[in-house]
Design a protein around this ligand. Sequence first.
Ligand code: DAH
Length: 356
Amino acid sequence: MSDIDAMKAQLDEIRQQALDAFAAAEDSDALQALKVKYLGKKGELTGVLKGVGGLSVEDRPRIGQVVNRIKAELEQAIEASSSVLEAKAGEARVAAERIDVSLPGRNRPRGALHPVQQGLDEMAAIFEHLGFEIAEGPEIETEFHNFDALNIPPEHPARAMHDTFFLRDTEDDEPMLLRTHTSPVQIRAMQRFVAEGHEPPLAVVAPGRVYRCDSDVTHSPMFHQVEVFKVDRDVSMAHLKGVLQYFLSAYFEKEVPIRLRPHYFPFTEPSAEVDIGCVFCSGKGCRICKGSGWLEVLGSGMIHPNVLRSVDIDTSIYSGFAFGLGVERLVMLKHGIPDLRLFFENDVRFLRRMGA
Ligand code: DAH
């Protein structure tokens, strides 16, 4: 065989190998590697061309032609294989991403606000609507804010009645405690207001957690209160009663009768406990209102001048009303929840039923 025939045979073999390899390539990376292997600068075809030096001058261009033809053919074959591979990859992706729209959806469990939080939000919204601003105070309080400033001096029997959790009670530290009510927010809000140089009116609603060392069927060591107060010129019991009437009817979403019964609180004078007409029997008398037709819902009164004085508000110009209510109790009455402990057991059946 002449040199040129041997070379042609060699080229033909490379051509056939390359075509077979392209057709068998599994993906475009493999195809790319084959392209380099056969057509690259250091590839097989170029390798054969290195032998042209041994050919006669007439044979050289012939071999050149053959190589160029094979090159063009292989390039075309690569193109073809490449589109086949791309189409296959596309089909595979479509298959992998196929979703069965007839499958039932996967439900994500949805959380809901705790009924006590719902109650707090509803109550705060009613007072905000009336123009009261929301204030908060710390749950770890000083004796001064929780008691002294609220006209409950150290030896006052009301201190004992509050079942206080004390946190620190050493000689040199100021005693700290878990607030037993939200009334200390009255003091903090008024102090801040005065310190900022404002003059009344001041109208505040203060929702929050309170703590008492007391636990039985109707008492939990942690519960929630909403404190409401307003200080201005000429504030009277009539304003107190008007706000209570509006609030209680708005909260229970029906016109509820209310009555004020004289009572004693150290931080108000005069003081009154507030009853609503029983929401279960509409005042006729039932087991829940113990036949009286009335349910006690909160404590209230005219802010004691000593309280206003403790924060440097001039009692010759200003007066105020205040009241404080237990959130759990009102939520129980509104929704007919029979047992306080349901709020704290976190039984999802109860929480789901109450979930908003
Ligand atoms: N702080 C009282 C308590 O926890 C509730 C209360 C009664 C608040 C009368 C008031 C009020 O503002 O005027 O038991």
